[in-house]
Design a protein around this ligand. Structure first.
Ligand code: ACO
Length: 428
């Protein structure tokens, strides 16, 4: 017999079923609340609202657990590859050898994009932020593959859209960067693995031979794994809610890219490095900035600290911190900005303000440092995040469609003017 939650209001008592997930988290199913009692729930920022049942990613913010389809992030980061993790997230289980080969081969052979997309790229000024370029190019796929406009077509067609997204995103991301640099774009090299191909499209120059450093390609692959999904965050919820109107998968993912862009979400990795550089330019006094972050009259926040769900530590931050040390060591990079980051981290972890509010470094605190060491410019950091998050967005979109979820449509408590008569203010 399932548990019941009771609500007393205005002399009446209402009962609601309590659902339990596979990791024992419980939720009150309030779907009938309004019909029964006339009430709605109010939860700005959806801090305590479950929007869906999902079998993709489990995370426990208190215990610092993150698992994709049941596999711990630590094990996946160490033993798996981004391609395999993408398959796992999207299709639910680890691929067999032949499934893996088919999947990665499909992605490798769809990397090329229609030449007309270059015309769209050419229309952007070279100072355009690469996130805006990326979301526009992804959305433009609706025009090149109009079948995708109907997400209810056959499974094979949906699978083809998924392959196209995973295959073309690195091409678009690298082209967004080339646009910024004013360089000619590079075409994909299908003899290379996912990350080496991306690095080559990013960094190869027409007059020079370019071979991606395997250390860099491996570090990038691990970073993408760490970012691959994070259950119902801002961008993922955006993808699901746009997809819930039965918009094309390309439009839904494009919306997710835009949601990720902001500094309180994926844009934080760019903001972290900008913050660290500003501290360096201001004499490197990290304590001064710690005080600014604590001052309620100062809008400054310590970027890369705090998380909506992780309230003890971010398990990705632990892995990435080690990766940052490894990569910088192997590449022989010594970065004064990293020293400031370490000082700031140590000081904040001991500071009562941060301890009381359970504010710890999140994944973005370190990812920017690695991207910088890899030679990736600051305004491409969030694009790198989007590249990593893509399989998660796809998996969440696919799950939402397969569960035939209703259109997302929250309610509100109206606080505006009551009905009033129209009196023209125009004296003419
Ligand atoms: N620096 C200083 N104070 C902070 C910080 C910070 N980075 N983060 C939270 N606080 C304080 C708030 O001022 C608030 O204090 P109060 O209780 O005295 O008013 C308290 O901690 C709780 O903060 P909220 O903003 O209510 O927490 P919320 O869960 O809504 O926000 C968020 C989480 C957006 C991540 C926030 O911690 C933040 O802005 N961090 C900096 C940006 C960042 O790193 N974002 C990346 C998130 S991870 C990701 O998207 C991959």
């Amino acid at each position: 017999m399932s548990e019941i939650a009771k609500l007393s209001f205005d002399g009446n008592e209402y009962e609601f079923p309590v659902l339990e997930g596979t990791e024992n988290e419980k939720a009150i199913d309030i779907a009938k609340l309004r019909a029964d009692s006339g009430l709605i729930t109010l939860d700005p920022g959806y801090k305590n609202t479950g929007a869906t049942k999902s079998a993709i990613t489990f995370l426990d913010g208190e215990l610092g657990i993150l698992r994709y389809r049941g596999y711990g992030i630590e094990e996946l980061a160490e033993k798996s590859s981004f391609m395999e993790v993408a398959y796992l997230l999207i299709y639910g289980d680890l691929p067999s050898q032949s499934q893996y080969e088919y999947f990665s081969n499909q992605i490798t052979t769809h990397t090329l994009v229609h030449e007309d997309i270059k015309k769209i790229l050419d229309g952007f000024p070279s100072n355009a932020h690469p996130m805006g370029v990326l979301s526009s190019l992804i959305c433009s796929l609706t025009a090149f593959y109009p079948n995708s406009l109907d997400p209810n077509r056959s499974k094979d067609e949906v699978d083809l859209s998924i392959v196209r997204l995973l295959a073309k995103m690195p091409t678009f991301a690298a082209w967004a960067f080339k646009n910024k640099m004013g360089h000619p774009v590079n075409y994909p090299d299908n003899s290379l693995d996912y990350c080496s191909n991306f690095l080559k499209m990013m960094f190869a120059l027409p007059a020079e031979r370019y071979d991606a450093d395997p250390v860099v390609a491996k570090a990038l692959d691990q970073l993408l794994i760490l970012h691959a999904d994070h259950e119902q965050n801002c961008s993922t919820s955006t993808v699901r809610i746009v997809g819930s109107s039965q918009a094309s998968i390309y439009a839904s993912i494009s919306a997710g890219i835009n949601a990720l862009w902001g500094p309180l979400h994926g844009g934080a990795n760019q903001s972290v490095i900008e913050m660290l550089e500003a501290i360096k330019a201001d004499g490197g006094d990290s304590k001064k900035y710690l005080e600014k972050a604590k001052d309620k009259n100062d809008p400054f926040r310590l970027m890369g600290f705090g998380h909506r769900v992780y309230k003890n530590f971010d398990p990705r931050a632990k892995i990435i911190k080690k990766a940052a040390d490894d990569v910088l060591g192997k590449l022989g990079v010594s970065d004064p900005v990293l020293d400031i980051a370490k000082e700031l981290e140590q000081a904040a972890l001991k500071d009562q303000y941060f301890v009381d509010r359970k504010l710890y470094p999140n994944v973005d605190f370190y990812s920017g440092i690695i991207y910088r060491a890899l030679g990736i410019p600051t305004d491409m950091f969030t694009v790198m995040f989007a590249l990593g998050r893509l399989p998660g967005w796809i998996a969440q979109w696919k799950e939402m469609r397969e569960n035939n979820e209703p259109i997302g449509r929250p309610r509100q408590v109206y606080t505006g003017a009551n009905e009033r008569d129209y009196v023209s203010m125009n004296k003419r």
